[in-house]
Ligand binder design. Structure first.
Ligand SMILES: [Zn+2]
Ligand SMILES: [Zn+2]
Length: 232
């Protein structure tokens, strides 16, 4: 994992070749290169960037890895067009201190500098991607139309992106939960999509926002539904 408590991305290694699943904010670049250097891996050992969705905090270094490392960028078909054009931010409730804090962190780390990707290949639900680690796609629309989780069954890991967070970006509360309503394109659809990850076997749930969570997707979904019922 590379990143901060707010926002993380994940590298998967297979025989010296790497896939990054999400690539954080532009300001996380030095962390990513340090991560590779610590493993004596060159930039060109990054063969693929798999995006859980098109938001700029998840693809801040995608174009840089594509052009400098020669990595292939992959994203779900339904988010592909959005990943290839400039992002228009939503209206953030900046009167909430955790939101203001987060937006400050994002601006300091260059969120507005995230470049659209020049080229990306699309994938579909249940596809096993031919990239290091061979993640399996689980389409979980709602946060965005092409939002996905990625299962790495042999590593007992489910990378959920923004299907779930383990930290609230609006209240600061920790534990598995949906992203706040103002960040989901279709909140009800995001809630319904939890069904898709519920049966996945894994020991770790790795979110885009918040720290890794040890437990099964089934348990994480149960907790997220409880919070959703309380806050809806
Ligand atoms: Zn997002
Ligand atoms: Zn996010």
């Amino acid at each position: 994992r590379v990143g901060t408590t707010f926002l993380g991305c994940y590298a998967v290694e297979d025989a010296g070749a790497y896939t990054f699943i999400d690539v954080g904010l532009p300001g996380y670049w030095p962390q990513m290169t340090r991560f590779l250097a610590a493993r004596s891996a060159s930039l060109s050992s990054v063969k693929a960037v798999v995006l859980t969705h098109y938001h700029p905090d998840h693809m801040g270094n995608a174009e840089r890895l594509r052009t400098q490392a020669g990595a292939t960028v992959l994203v779900h078909h339904d988010d592909r067009a959005a990943a290839m054009r400039r992002f228009k931010p939503p209206v953030y409730p900046l009167w909430k201190p955790p939101v203001l804090h987060l937006v400050g962190h994002y601006l300091r780390n260059g969120v507005t500098r995230t470049a659209p990707v020049g080229e990306a290949s699309g994938f579909a639900d249940q596809e096993v991607l031919d990239v290091p680690g061979r993640p399996r796609v689980i389409h979980t629309p709602g946060h965005t139309a092409g939002n996905v989780a990625l299962s790495l069954a042999d590593r007992e890991v489910l990378i959920v992106g923004d299907t779930l967070a383990t930290l609230s970006l609006s209240s600061g509360e920790s534990g598995p939960q949906l992203l706040p309503r103002f960040l989901n394109e279709d909140h009800d659809r995001a809630l319904a999509s939890l069904e898709k990850i519920e049966p996945v076997e894994a020991r770790w749930v790795l979110p885009g926002h918040g720290l890794p969570w040890e437990g099964s997707p089934r348990q994480a979904v149960k907790l997220a539904r409880q919070i959703a019922a309380r806050t809806s």
